[in-house]
Design a protein around this ligand. Structure first.
Ligand code: GLA
Length: 499
């Protein structure tokens, strides 16, 4: 927990060229298709946390992905997150699958997932430990890469907890070690960096064999969705086929076994935002077990098609009245980077410490040891006030609205209207906004509401052209497609007209 005290100055070191850090030689032809479009699948973290991760559960989740029809819609990765392995390394420095949860090891589980036509993703960490205190990969990159290859792993999420290298260059060097190891032993693995900061984008997007990078803290509440979306705004140039994708974190549903949920409106808006931002779509809700709302959200093929559009362009903000935003450098245990559940644990821990130390101070005072008592009082005050720092560091969503636009391969444009503020609002995109979005106003164009699955009145061209949406507060949104060839019609889930 010493990292709590690390001065921010340490993290502000500018990164030098990354070409000398990473192996920048082109990937072999066999690996060239890997990660060309944003990954789609399921990840255990927002659903299970550490609770009940096991071989049997993973296979059941994979079966759910197939049986629900979500796999057929593109959600083909079954990614296991933290807590699949033991706290200690094996005798050869290897990662050891948790014995009770994986009685036959990991290989048969990966085989079963593959047998269902899915791909298998795993989780490891560049530090001494993972965020949940399982064994880390620091100094053992080659051993672990060989294990991943032997198991047939297709995807690696590589986290940043408990890593002594907190400066940018050191962090990149850690990532480069695993990158080299993967290129040597498992060259077709999709490599997903998890360093929680936007500065990774310019540093790694040109590196062959790096497919995505986390740009913000864990998305476990609406404030984080706002925060990371604002960070994504400045990173569009780094995304695309052959470059890789900015990763704003995983999807948050409205139901599921963990405590990480959003309201139905916010959860759907997150999905629409992620699609327009060309972000990886990793479900955080058990596929075979999700409620009707979540299933309707995630099975919408018209929205998935926006995310998976072959151009792979990340959408940009074409209109916004949101305040200026400075992306944060996140690091493990910084108050603003803590997942909400970790922040809750810290808060209770610090309160308990403050209470115990204050009681000790009182006893010491009574015993006449006034100097020691004064130190204890000072420490108790620090501990108590730090809980305020943690609580105050949760991101605040201002009253504002945005319009995002994403150009599509069929010459259509996806336009997403988002109301971040608490009150209902009408959000409009006038002719100037539509031109910024790349809409050709020379002739009337068809407009389709992709989430509502309804055709809307055509957009008349010319200087008076305007699209407006009446949106609910706290995350109301409307995703429309203007022009292009494939427009969705109203109908049961997933029905689209393809022309
Ligand atoms: C970090 C990551 C999360 C998740 C947890 C697991 O917080 O950002 O996405 O992987 O670790 O412990």
């Amino acid at each position: 927990m010493a990292s709590v005290l690390l001065p921010i100055a340490l993290l502000a070191t500018p990164s030098r060229s990354t070409s000398s850090i990473f192996d920048a030689t082109p990937v072999a032809d066999a690996a060239a298709h890997v990660g060309r479009l944003p990954a789609m699948g399921y990840n255990t973290w927002n659903d299970l946390r550490c609770d009940g991760v096991s071989g049997a559960r993973i296979v059941a989740l994979a079966e759910g992905l197939v049986a629900s029809g979500l796999a057929a819609r593109g959600f083909t990765f079954l990614n296991i997150d933290d807590c699949w392995h033991e706290e200690l390394h094996g005798p050869g420095g290897e990662l050891v699958p948790a014995a009770a949860a994986f009685p036959e090891g990991l290989g048969p589980v990966v085989d079963a997932v593959h047998g269902l036509g899915l791909k298998f993703g795993i989780y490891a960490d560049r530090g001494f430990f993972t965020c949940a205190f399982r064994a880390g990969s620091r100094g053992r990159e080659a051993t672990h890469a060989r294990q991943f290859a032997a198991w047939g792993v297709d995807y690696l999420k590589y986290d940043s907890c408990w890593a002594p290298n907190v400066r940018r260059r050191g962090a990149l060097e850690d990532y480069a070690k695993m990158h080299r190891a993967l290129r040597a032993h498992a060259p077709k693995i999709q490599f997903s960096l998890c360093g929680w900061s936007g500065w990774y984008a310019p540093a790694v997007s040109a590196v062959p064999g790096v497919h995505s990078w986390r740009v913000g803290a864990d998305c476990d509440e609406w404030g984080n969705i706002y925060e990371v979306s604002r960070t994504m705004e400045g990173l569009g140039d780094y995304a695309g086929p052959g470059r890789g994708y900015n990763d704003p974190d995983m999807l948050v549903g409205t139901s599921g076994s963990s405590s990480v949920h959003l309201t139905p409106t916010q959860s759907r808006t997150q999905f629409l935002l992620w699609a327009v931002m060309a972000a990886p779509l990793l479900l955080g809700t058990a596929p075979g077990d999700m409620n009707a709302w979540d299933f309707e959200t995630y099975s919408n093929e018209a929205v998935i098609a926006i995310d998976q559009d072959p151009l792979g362009v990340q959408g940009a903000v074409v209109q916004s009245d949101c305040p200026a935003h400075a992306p944060k450098d996140n690091w493990w245990c910084s108050p603003w980077s803590m997942p909400r559940d970790v922040a809750d644990v810290w808060t209770s821990l610090l309160f308990t410490v403050a209470a115990v130390v204050a009681a000790t101070a009182a006893l010491l005072g009574l015993a006449g040891r006034r100097k020691t008592a004064a130190c204890c009082v000072a420490f108790a005050l620090w501990a108590a006030s730090y809980t305020r720092v943690i609580a105050g560091a949760r991101p605040v969503v201002p009253d504002c609205a945005q319009v995002w636009a994403k150009p599509l391969a069929d010459f259509g444009v996806a336009l997403l209207f988002v109301n971040w503020g608490g009150a209902n609002a009408t959000v409009a995109c006038d002719a100037a906004c539509l031109v910024r979005a790349g809409v050709d106003l020379g002739a009337p164009l068809p407009v389709a509401d992709l989430a509502g699955r309804a055709a809307l009145p055509d957009l008349a061209g010319g200087v008076d052209a305007r699209l407006a949406a009446d949106l609910a507060g706290d995350g109301g949104s409307l995703l429309v497609k203007v022009g292009g060839r494939a427009a969705p019609l109203p109908g049961p889930w997933g029905d689209t007209l393809r022309s």
